[in-house]
Structure formats: structure tokens, C-alpha cells
Write a protein that binds this ligand. Sequence first.
Ligand SMILES: [Zn+2]
Length: 430
Amino acid sequence: MSNATIDWEAVRAEATDALSRYVRIDSSHPVGRTVETAAFLGERLAADGIGSRIYESPEPGKVNLVARLSAARPVGKPLLLSHHMDVVQAVAADWRFDPYSGEVADGYVFGRGTIDDKGMGIMELMTMLLLKRHNVELKRDVIMLATCDEEIGSPMGARWMVETHFDDLDPAFVLDEGGTGKRGFYDAGDAFEVSVSEKRMVRIRLVARAEPGHASMPWHEAATHRLVRAAHTLLEQPPEDRDTPAVAEMISRLGGDAARREIASQRASMPLLHDTVSLTMLSGGYKINIIPERAEMSFDCRLLPDTDERAFVSNVEQLIGDPGVDVEVIDWPDTAPSAAPWDGALFEALQEACETFQPKAIVTPSICVGGTDARYFRERGIPSYGLVPGIFTAEDLKGFHGLDERMSIDNLVLGTKIVHAATLRVAGAR
Ligand SMILES: [Zn+2]
């Protein structure tokens, strides 16, 4: 089937309506319920004769969905199109529209999840529907996976599916979120950043303990004071920049040193170059005139894919070097380091599709500075790529876990075209 036979105007209307309806189903945390979102996707698939299975996790209300288009005579393992159905919370009072209204206005669909990650879900859903409607002959199965719990580390979602139902998936490659197309970030022009790996998270807590005392008689070793000194040392330590292979390739594709300076100067991209440390929680004390015996601070640290987490923590201990301040690890990374190649069949198919529909854009490997479901597949050696294939501006990307999250209808259609074309390339028989 060629793209010419598809009525993209009809796809535009259908995808817009589907995303708007999908967003209206509140699947936000802390509840993170996905029964209704899975039913919604299941019904849309069933209307075109695509069967799906709901996997009920041990936690009530948290389900995953798997749908499959089968090849008559598969020549390889499946292509897995993955997205997560759960979304982060949104406080309605701060938004221009109700975050769960699915409002369509000014060429956008507004609402929590439009970028992260329900828009991607609709691109994948539309791809499944188009393949089925046009009776596309497949050389490998195409699986759609819709997960819960991604926003809280995937305990009942991708992690649980990979641990307990891997044989039902067993893909050759995975397409998931993790990278995007960007406009206005680089001198070189629009760029699709395809994530081939991601940073790994270590969460630590600094705990200072000392004798309590009266606030009228402070002393150098007070728990609060030594904790603040330790945190200051840690936060003021200049990060050590290092080009990991994917980022080195990205810098080269975006034009070299100038691109490196652009990456290093923007808050959203500078974490590509080094391990990061964010102070996120502080506590200690119970009365203003008492120096407490205990105070603590928690840090969310994101490590480059090839940073050794044990070495990182022992560096922190050495840097602080205060026996009165303990460094406790709250969470180690939950997966081993992993990276997908950028010369594999799915990467090349994505690159070709991006270049077909956005001829001026640069396509490059990158790493995701957050975490995604893809890491559970990459850890098993399955080439897994992160790309929500729209072209987003800084304004669009502010909605990512932020206010007035939106997806332009143009991006929804562009993304559908790219996911569909890349799928045809790796899974179509012709
Ligand atoms: Zn996401």
C-alpha cells in the first residue's frame, strides 16, 4: 500500500477525535487507573476487527493492553509499538482549559497526556487501524502495547509485563516515547532526536545527626549547619561534561562544536552532557528556637548511561567527607545500562520516515534524560527507540508534565504518518 491511497484528511479528523476522547478519560496518578483507557483503545481496535487482550496486574485498576496484527508467514520477531496510558496529575485551576476536557481549539488538542503519552498512543492506534483497513500484508507481527504506571516507574506496567508476560511480546524492536522532533533549539534547524538510551536514576538522602541544642548558642557541628554545608558542596561541584557515544553522534549530526554549545546552554539539553543532582526535599527541625538533632535532604540524581552508580555514590561520600553526614541510597537504578544501535532496521526506518515527511529536518540519535518503559526492553538487548515524531516548539514542550499540555493536530497527523511509514518499512511484506 502506498501512502497515496490513504485519505489523510479523514485520518486527521479521526485521530483528533480519538485523542480528544482519550484525554477525557482521567488516568492520572496517584490513582493511575487504566481500566477505562484500555477499554477505550480495545473498543476502537475491535471496531475494525483487531482483537486485544487486557492484562490485569496484581494491583486493582491497573491494567495493560496488547493488540496484535499477525503476519501469515512471519520472517522475524514482532515490531512492538508501545505507549503508556497513565498520566501525571494536573490541577485544573491553573489551566486555560480543564485538563481532562480534551478541548480542540486553535489547531490543538489540549489536555493532560496529549504529549505525554496519549498522542503517541493515538499515532500507534491509527497505524494499527490503517494497516488493518488496507489489508497490508505483513512479514512480521505488529504489536501495540499500552501500559499503566509509567509515570511512577512502571511497577505494574512495562516492568511487570516484561517480567511476567515477556513471551507474549518477545519483540525484535520497540518504538516508544523518549525523544521528539524539536523546532527552534538548534541553528542547524529542526531535529528529530531519537532516543537510543536513557539516563539512570539514583536517589540519595543526606542525613546529618548531632546533639540538639538551644538556638541562642549555635555551634559549627549542629546537624542543620553541617547538612547545609554538605549540600552546598555537592550542588556547587561543577559537573563533569562527557560525550557519551549517542550524544557525540548527535553533536556531529547537528554540526559540531556550535551544536555542543547550544546543547550545553539550554536547561532542557544540558543534562545530556553530565550526571545531574537535584535537591528536591528538605526536612528537619520542629521549633524555631531549637537546633534539631537530625536534618535531611533528598536528591534525585540522573546518571549518564555509562556512569557507574556505585562510583557515583562513593564520589558523593568523598566529596562531602563529613562523618556526621550519612549518604543513604534510597533507590538504585532499576535496570542495567543499555543502548540501542543507530544503524539498525527500525532506526533507519524511522530516519527515512522522518526525512520523507520533514525533508529539511535532521534525524539524530540521542539519549532520554528522563526514564521510559523502553529501558526494560533495552535491558534485554532489544533495540528500542524513543520518538514521539512531531515537531515541537519550546512552548509545546512546556506542557510536558506542565500546564496547558497540548498537541497540535498537524503534529498528530505528522506523527501518525511517520509511525505508519516506519512500521510499513520494517513489518510490511513489500
Ligand atoms: Zn511519558
